[in-house]
Design a protein around this ligand. Structure first.
Ligand code: 3PG
Length: 305
């Protein structure tokens, strides 16, 4: 049984060692492909593997066609929009994710970006505080719940919208539930996006929602780029010079946004929400354990196709 870790954005060395140990202890073979520069390299690397661990790496029908021995792909992370589930199912490959394992890391980055923004990029000028402000969470999954936990430490009030989350979960987490995105965007000083990328959410954050935000509001995106309607977002940000957009996934028009919006736009150079040693260990080791459990005992917990 051959397990390949194929990550264009590498895990921390300690996570790779941990994954390797689990794989070898199960009596499987371990292979590693990091920072690969082209799809062709990935296609060649998967030709004899039975199990695959990936991050945001694009795994499509072509990859499955080049991997005739593949039984399982685990996305070490939460969002699996990078994997073609239909093609996986057609190829008889099980796909899993590792929900929650990197959630704290992403949640901490939300506050890193927020502090950087409200303290004017630490330039010495008077900024503002997060305490007493209202935070709006768009979706209330693992990352958003961690954001809520940290926000309480800052003394923020928290409201959240999630159409799929049971009402009692908001209550047990001390969060006020609102019943529509429209209500959410109007009620908060900071909106943090946590919806997955799905046909329903793609392009859903546009003019109407962003334009309805409070004066001096901040929009934070540590979710996915394609949930944003980029032309509409840029239009609103140009018209409303009080608004700010902080994102872990740069806009396609990144250079233009930097030029036009200045410090009201901040994007990390590479998606780094889950890029901590701890998150890599949590998600990477969970992925390796899920593969061993599936191959040895047929355990399909966290299967998404
Ligand atoms: C996730 O969906 O788990 C996060 O977006 C992290 O993605 P990454 O593994 O590419 O950093």
């Amino acid at each position: 049984m051959r397990v390949l870790v194929a990550t264009e954005k590498p895990f921390s060395p300690i996570a790779v060692e941990g994954i390797k140990k689990i794989v070898l202890e199960a009596g499987f073979e371990f292979a590693l492909l990091e920072k690969y520069e082209s799809k062709a390299v990935l296609l060649e690397a998967v030709s004899e593997v039975n199990a695959l661990i990936v991050r945001s790496d694009k795994i499509d029908a072509e990859v499955f066609a080049h991997a005739p021995e593949l039984k399982i792909v685990v996305r070490a992370g939460a969002g699996y929009d990078n994997i073609d589930l239909e093609a996986a199912t057609k190829a008889g490959v099980v796909v899993m994710n590792t929900p929650g394992q990197n959630a704290n890391a992403v949640a901490e980055l939300v506050f890193g970006m927020l502090l950087y923004a409200v303290r004017n990029q630490f330039n010495g000028k008077a900024g503002t505080e997060l305490g007493g402000k209202t935070l709006g969470l768009h979706a209330f999954g693992n990352v958003a719940r961690n954001v809520a936990r940290i926000a309480k430490g800052f003394g923020m009030n928290i409201v959240a919208y999630d159409a799929y989350c049971p009402a009692e979960l908001f209550e047990t987490n001390g969060v006020k539930q609102v019943l529509s995105p429209e209500e959410l965007f109007k009620e908060a000083d900071v909106i943090s996006l946590h919806v997955p990328s799905t046909p329903e959410t793609r392009g859903s954050i546009g003019k109407a929602l962003v334009g309805s935000m409070r004066t001096n509001a901040i929009l934070v995106n540590t979710a996915r780029q394609d949930i944003i309607n980029e032309p509409e977002l840029l239009e609103v940000l140009e018209a409303r010079t009080d608004l700010r957009y902080l994102t872990d996934i740069a806009l396609a028009a990144d250079a233009e946004a930097r030029e036009k919006l200045g410090q009201r736009y901040f994007a990390t150079p590479k998606k780094m929400g889950a890029q901590t040693a701890e998150a890599n260990v949590n998600a990477g080791l969970a992925a390796a354990r899920q593969i061993v459990a599936y191959i040895n005992d047929g355990v399909t917990r966290f299967k998404v196709n």
